[in-house]
Design a protein around this ligand. Structure first.
Ligand SMILES: Nc1ncnc2c1ncn2[C@@H]1O[C@H](COP(=O)(O)OP(=O)(O)OP(=O)(O)O)[C@@H](O)[C@H]1O
Length: 314
């Protein structure tokens, strides 16, 4: 069983604020694990730090502090790590090179990661296209990105991510740029591949409905922190943190899929710098919320917890 463990990871960016250098904590002391055969959804509004987490796991950016362990070990060289951990990006239009054929996009990682040699790479590419249901695969291999629809391109991006034979797939808003009508197909494809290949999947999304449907567990992020996590149904049906409650109340009917970017955005005044970062938007804020934010278990579920004083045992 493969696992990717995130231990107390933080990411601080240096940004310019009115011409002065300032520190922006994009991810603040986050811990969780991804395991084979499970999808973990990371949900939260825009700017909460979801992509920064995915990018740190893909080793596209370094954590400022904390550790990421692959099967209990500090990850080795980047190429070997990328053979195990692959990412699918949000924008299928930007992620493929218009100058190269689809077959080229797939042969390259097969060769680079030693999964094929010159004589077998073309066949390997066709096999990958078959696995993501792009038919007829031998013809699709000769096409160029501009000849494909957004959904087909995202299937190619998924095929390319599968090429090195990864154990972990990071899917950063994989359907948010696609036509609503094909989003579920792509999410079902990722789900099928997860089951067939026993992948561990991180699903980054704004959308609570698909998070609940496709993920084993959900983590809710607010301003760089995971404020609630637990089994998907528990988090959505019995949200414990006032922020999750707000998201769940604003979410669409779970049987439909729509871009939830707008629906998840809730408004408030200037955010606090310490204590509970949500307290200025919280209808239940108490004096102790300005001091510390402990994590409490939610009664009735072993793995459901939230960072909120409302859950303190009386
Ligand atoms: N390279 C960077 N330099 C400076 N700030 C950054 C950088 N990347 C991200 N940030 C900031 O970090 C915070 C978290 O951004 P991130 O993209 O991780 O959020 P997100 O939850 O993925 O948002 P979205 O859903 O819009 O993609 C934001 O305030 C963002 O502006």
């Amino acid at each position: 069983m493969t696992s990717l463990e995130v231990q107390n990871v933080s990411k601080v960016f240096t940004v310019r604020d009115h011409g002065r250098r300032a520190r922006l904590t994009a991810v603040d002391d986050v811990s969780f694990a991804l395991r084979s055969g499970e999808t973990v959804a990371l949900v939260g509004e825009s700017g909460s730090g979801k992509s920064t987490i995915a990018r740190m796991l893909a080793r596209l950016t370094r954590p400022t502090s904390g550790r990421i362990l692959l099967d209990g070990q500090p990850p080795g060289p980047k190429r070997a790590y990328r053979g195990q951990v692959q990412m699918v990006f949000q924008d299928p239009f930007a992620s493929l090179n218009p100058a190269h054929s689809i077959g080229y996009h797939l042969r390259r990682p097969l060769l680079l990661h030693g999964r094929a040699h010159r004589g077998t790479a073309a066949e390997g590419a066709v096999d990958l296209l078959r696995r993501v249901n792009l038919t007829p695969p031998d013809q699709v291999a000769h096409r160029y990105p501009h000849e494909l629809s957004g959904g087909q391109r995202q299937r190619v991006a998924i095929a390319r991510a599968l090429a090195p034979g990864p154990r972990i797939l990071l899917a950063d808003e994989p359907v948010s740029m696609l036509d609503v009508s094909i989003r579920l197909e792509i999410l079902h494809l990722i789900d099928e591949l997860k089951r067939e290949e026993d992948l561990a999947v991180l699903y980054v999304t704004h959308d609570l409905a698909t998070a609940r449907y496709f993920a084993t567990s959900i983590m809710v992020m607010y301003r760089g922190q995971i404020v609630e996590s637990g089994p998907s149904d528990d988090v959505i049906l019995r949200p414990a943190h006032p922020y999750t409650q707000l998201l769940a109340a604003a979410a669409p009917d779970p049987s439909t899929v729509r871009p939830a970017r707008e629906s998840l955005v809730v408004r408030g005044g200037k955010p606090p710098a310490t204590g509970c970062l949500f307290r200025n938007r919280c209808p239940h804020a108490m004096p102790q919320c300005s001091e510390s934010v402990p994590t409490f278990g939610v009664a009735g579920s072993e793995s459901h917890s939230a960072r909120c004083w409302l859950l303190a045992p009386s």
